[in-house]
Design a protein around this ligand. Structure first.
Ligand code: NAD
Length: 306
């Protein structure tokens, strides 16, 4: 069996070493395609692969067509919107993600960006504190839970809304569960976004939802840019000089945000929530273990195209 690691943005060496150890211990062969610059290189590398580990790499119908021996693709990370799930299912390929492996990294970044913003981007002026502020966690999944844990350490009052997670699960963590996104945004001065990008959530963070946030509102996005209705967020920020937008996923309209909202807009230069040595190693090794479990025992625990 041949396992291909196809990463335009490579794993850290220590993560690749860990992946290799898992794959070779199972008696499989590991192949690496790192820092590729052309899709043709990926199309060529997948030809004889039985399993592929990817990061943000695009696996579409063309790649799946080229990968005649492929049984499984594992996205080392949480979001799997870079894989065409319908095409994978049609090709009888199992797709998995590695939930939870990078959640602490993303949560720490979210809180770090909140501190940065309430301290006026460290510009030397007097800011405010997170302690006592109401934080709304929009989606209480792996990242959301970690944000709650860290935010409580800061003394924030933590609320959450999740469309699928039962309220009892949220409240067991000492977090107040609310009944709707509307209620969350009305209640909380700071909202941290952790919804996946799906047909339902795309563009869902819009003017109607954001306009009722309390004075001094701040939206923190470590989820996906697609969930934001950028035109409506710009309109809102034009109307509300108290509104800050802080994001780990650069908006398509980055230049416009930066020009119009200096001092209350910040974007990381490129998505870096999961960019820690720990998250890299955890997600890569989890992906390798899931491939071995699937190929040897048929384990489909983290399958996302059921
Ligand atoms: P997760 O799957 O553990 O949690 C997602 C949560 O969203 C689930 O609890 C689910 O019930 C909830 N949800 C789904 N649709 C919803 C809706 N319409 N309304 C409210 N809740 C909804 O995922 P996670 O690990 O917590 O990651 C969350 C998102 O963060 C990912 O989908 C990914 O897009 C993003 N992410 C970004 C980075 C980064 O580098 N910035 C890294 C990891 C994940």
């Amino acid at each position: 069996m041949k396992v291909l690691v196809a990463t335009e943005k490579p794993f850290a060496k220590i993560a690749v070493d860990g992946i290799r150890k898992e794959i070779e211990a199972a008696g499989y062969e590991l192949a690496l395609l790192e820092k590729y610059t052309d899709k043709a290189q990926l199309l060529d590398a997948v030809k004889d692969a039985n399993a592929i580990i990817i990061r943000s790499d695009i696996i579409d119908a063309e790649v799946l067509d080229a990968a005649k021996e492929l049984k499984i693709v594992v996205r080392a990370g949480a979001g799997y919107d870079n894989v065409d799930l319908a095409a994978a299912t049609a090709h009888n390929v199992c797709v998995m993600n590695t939930p939870g492996q990078n959640s602490n990294a993303v949560a720490e970044l979210a809180l770090g960006m909140m501190v940065y913003a309430v301290r006026n981007f460290y510009n030397g002026t007097s800011g405010t504190e997170l302690m006592g502020k109401k934080l709304g966690i929009h989606a209480y999944g792996n990242v959301g839970r970690n944000v709650a844990r860290v935010a409580k350490g800061f003394g924030m009052e933590v609320y959450a809304y999740d469309a699928f997670c039962p309220k009892e699960v949220i409240e067991k963590d000492g977090v107040k569960a609310l009944d709707s996104a509307e209620e969350l945004y009305k209640t909380c001065q700071v909202v941290s976004l952790h919804i996946p990008a799906t047909a339902e959530t795309k563009n869902s963070i819009n003017y109607a939802l954001l306009k009722d946030m309390p004075k001094g509102a701040m939206l923190v996005n470590t989820a996906r840019k697609e969930v934001i209705n950028e035109a409506e967020l710009i309109k809102l920020m034009e109307e509300r000089a108290d509104f800050k937008y802080i994001t780990d996923i650069m908006p398509a309209a980055n230049a416009e945000f930066a020009e119009k909202f200096a001092g209350r807009y910040f974007s990381t230069p490129k998505k870096m929530g999961a960019q820690t040595a720990e998250a890299n190693i955890n997600a890569g090794i989890a992906a390798a273990k899931q491939i071995v479990g699937f190929l040897k025992d048929g384990c489909e625990k983290f399958r996302v195209n059921k």
